[in-house]
Design a protein around this ligand. Structure first.
Ligand code: FSO
Ligand code: SF4
Length: 549
C-alpha cells in the first residue's frame, strides 16, 4: 500500500505496511479503486452536464464518497464495494442518457470504460490502480507532490461541500469543479505551474464551499453567540454526539425531546452550543464531554450512555465501548452499528435512545466547570471597534490564530506551550479540535474582551478568515499587515483544503506543524515558502519572538 495523506503517516514518509490510522492495505486498495472509478465517472458527468442532463444525485454521491476516503472516516470495506458498484451504475446510466440525446456516439477513454471484476480480488485490482496512479506522474516528484496536494485538498473540499449540502447550500460550479479536478488527475500534459494553479484553484473553490457552509449553519441555527458550556455532567441518562455534523446533532435532539435524556457534545461538536436556535429549541443539549478525537478510546468507555459519531475523526473502535457506539453519514467501521438516513436526511435514532435508556447514565451531578464558545465572525466583528481601539491604544499588542487539528503525537504539546507563553497583552483566537490542548485555560480578559476566543470548528475556517479580513478592512490595511500570526496544526485533508484556501487568499507567514506534509516535496515547499513565506513551526519561544519581533 501507499498512503501519505495525513500528518501521522508512518515515519513521516508514507504508510506502506499498514496505516498508522488503522487503515489496512486491503481497505487502502479498495479506497483507491473507488477514487479510480470516480475519476472514470467524472468525464461522463461533465459530458452529461454539457447536454443539460440532471446529475445532481451523482454530484452529491461523488462528494460523499470522496469524503469517505478521508483519514479516519470509514474503515468498512463493504461500504466501499457498494460505493464502487453505485459509481459504475451511475456512469453507465448517464452514458445511456447521453447516447439517447446525442447524435454523435461518445468514445469513452479507458478509465471511463473500466469494469472491475467483482468475482475477482477487488483488492488486487485496487492495488493495480494505486500503482498506475504513481507511475502516471512519470517519476516527476514535484508533479506527483502537487497531484497529491490537489487530490487531498479536493477530499477536504468534498467533505465541506457534503456538510453544506446537508444544510441546503450548494453551488453547481463547485460540483463541476470536483469532476473537472478528478478528470485533470488523468491529464499527462499539465506542467508544474499548471499543477500549482490547480492546487490553488482547489483553495479558491474551497473558500466558496466554506462560505456556503457558513451560510448553511448561520441561516439554520443563527449566528453563534458567546455561550458558556458546562464541562461537568449532570445526573441522568445520556447521549454523546461526536464529529462535526450539527444537522445530525439537531436531528438527534429532536428525536430525544421529552425522553429525559441529556445530550452532550464531544470533540468538534463543542461549538454547536453557540448556535442560539439550537440551544433555545433543545434545552436538553446540555454540555460537553471529553476532548479531541484521538482521546475517544479514553472518553468513550467512561461515558455511561450511548454515543453517535457523525463524521471524522473516528478512532478504530475498541470492544470496551463499541456496543454503545453508532455511526451515521459517511462514517463506518466493521461491526459498528450504522444508522442510514431515512427521513429528511436523518436516521431513525431509536436504537441510540434505547441504548441510552438501558445504560446507567450519570448517577450524580458533577462539580461545575465550564468553557466559553461562540466567538465566530458575527460576535468578534460585532465588537470590532472595541478590538481596534484596544489595538490602537496598545492594549492588544498582537493576535494569534492558533487553530487546526489535534492528534496523538506528543510534539503537539507545542501548541499548548505556545498558548501558555503568549504574553498577557495578546489575544488568542482558536478553532478546530487542536484547541483541546488549551481550551479550558483561564487566560483572562483585555479591555473587556476574552483573551481566548473560540471561533468554532475547522468547518468555521470561513468565519476566522472573515474576522481577519474584517479587521484588516477596518484598519484600511492588507490582511498581511495586521498584527496577527497564524499558527496552524494539521492532521487530515480538511486542513489541507483550508491551507490551500489561505494560500489562494494570499495569506503569508503561516506557521504549520507539528510536521510538514510528507506529500509536499522539498521543491514544492520551497516554492510555497518563497511565494507565501509558509514555514514549519520551530519552538514556542522562537516562534513567539519572531511573531512579536
Ligand atoms: Fe479535527 Fe479530525 Fe475538524 Fe479534522 S476531528 S482533525 S481538520 O477531522 O476536521 O478538526
Ligand atoms: Fe497512513 Fe494517514 Fe494514510 Fe492512514 S490516512 S494510511 S495514517 S497516511
Amino acid at each position: 500500500m501507499f498512503c501519505e495523506q495525513c500528518e501521522q503517516t508512518a515515519s513521516g514518509q508514507g504508510c506502506h505496511q499498514w496505516g498508522a490510522c488503522g487503515k489496512s492495505p486491503q481497505l487502502n486498495a479498495i479506497q483507491d479503486l473507488l477514487v479510480y472509478c470516480l475519476r472514470g465517472l467524472a468525464p461522463v458527468v461533465l459530458q452529461a452536464k454539457s447536454l443539460g442532463i440532471n446529475t445532481h444525485n451523482v454530484d452529491v454521491f461523488t462528494c460523499e464518497t470522496v469524503f469517505s476516503t478521508m483519514t479516519n472516516v470509514n474503515f468498512h470495506e463493504k461500504r466501499f464495494v457498494e460505493y464502487i458498484r453505485q459509481a459504475l451504475a451511475y456512469r453507465e446510466n448517464l452514458k445511456t442518457q447521453i447516447q439517447a440525446i446525442s447524435n454523435v456516439p461518445s468514445a469513452w477513454s479507458e478509465i471511463s470504460n473500466f469494469q472491475p471484476d467483482f468475482d475477482g480480488s477487488l483488492i488486487e485490482q485496487g492495488e493495480q490502480t494505486s500503482l498506475k496512479f504513481i507511475t502516471e506522474s512519470g517519476g516527476d516528484v514535484d508533479i506527483f507532490s502537487l497531484k497529491l496536494t490537489t487530490i487531498y485538498g479536493l477530499k477536504g473540499l468534498a467533505s465541506y461541500a457534503f456538510h453544506a449540502l446537508e444544510l441546503g447550500e450548494e453551488d453547481e460550479q463547485v460540483y463541476r469543479f470536483v469532476h473537472e479536478t478528478l478528470v485533470a488527475i488523468d491529464n499527462q500534459n499539465l506542467t508544474l505551474e499548471d499543477w500549482v494553479n490547480l492546487a490553488l484553484k482547489v483553495g479558491e473553490k474551497n473558500y466558496r464551499v466554506m462560505e456556503l457552509l457558513d451560510a448553511g449553519h448561520t441561516k439554520t441555527y443563527g449566528h453563534p453567540v458567546p455561550t458558556s458550556v458546562p464541562l461537568n455532567a449532570r445526573k441522568g441518562k445520556a447521549i454523546l454526539v461526536s464529529g462535526h455534523d450539527i444537522k445530525q446533532l439537531a436531528a438527534l435532539l429532536k428525536q430525544t425531546e421529552n425522553t429525559g435524556i441529556t445530550v452532550y457534545t464531544h470533540g468538534e461538536l463543542l461549538p454547536a452550543h453557540g448556535y442560539p436556535r439550537l440551544k433555545e429549541t433543545y434545552p436538553h443539549l446540555y454540555g460537553h464531554y471529553g476532548t479531541a478525537w484521538q482521546n475517544q478510546t479514553k472518553d468513550f468507555p467512561r461515558f455511561p450512555g450511548a454515543i453517535v459519531i457523525t463524521t471524522n475523526c473516528l478512532m478504530p473502535t475498541h470492544e470496551n465501548y463499541e456496543d454503545k457506539l453508532f455511526s451515521v453519514g459517511p462514517v463506518g467501521y466493521p461491526g459498528l452499528k450504522y444508522l442510514p438516513n431515512i427521513d429528511h436526511g436523518a436516521p431513525d435514532f431509536t436504537p441510540v435512545i434505547e441504548k441510552a435508556l438501558a445504560l446507567p447514565g450519570f448517577l450524580e451531578d458533577q462539580p461545575p466547570r465550564e468553557v466559553n464558545v461562540g466567538f465566530a465572525r458575527n460576535t468578534v466583528l460585532g465588537v470590532a471597534d472595541q478590538v481596534l481601539a484596544a489595538v490602537k491604544e496598545g492594549k492588544i499588542r498582537h493576535l494569534f490564530l492558533v487553530g487546526g487539528c489535534d492528534g496523538a503525537k506528543p510534539d503537539r504539546n507545542y501548541y499548548t506551550e505556545l498558548v501558555e507563553k503568549v504574553p498577557s497583552d495578546c489575544v488568542v483566537l482558536t478553532l478546530a479540535c487542536g484547541k483541546f490542548r488549551f481550551f479550558d485555560k483561564q487566560l483572562g480578559e483585555i479591555s473587556g474582551l476574552p483573551r481566548l476566543m473560540d471561533v468554532g470548528q475547522c468547518n468555521d475556517a470561513y468565519s476566522a478568515i472573515q474576522i481577519a479580513l474584517g479587521l484588516a478592512n477596518a484598519l484600511n490595511m492588507n490582511v498581511n499587515e495586521l498584527p496577527l500570526s497564524l499558527i496552524l496544526s494539521w492532521y487530515e485533508q480538511k486542513a489541507v483544503a483550508v491551507l490551500l484556501t489561505l494560500l489562494y487568499l494570499g495569506i503569508k507567514d503561516i506557521r504549520l506543524g507539528p510536521t510538514l506534509p510528507a506529500f509536499i516535496s522539498p521543491n514544492v515547499f520551497n516554492l510555497l515558502s518563497e511565494k507565501y513565506n509558509l514555514k514549519a513551526i520551530t519552538t514556542p519561544d522562537e516562534d513567539l519572538a519572531a511573531c512579536l519581533g
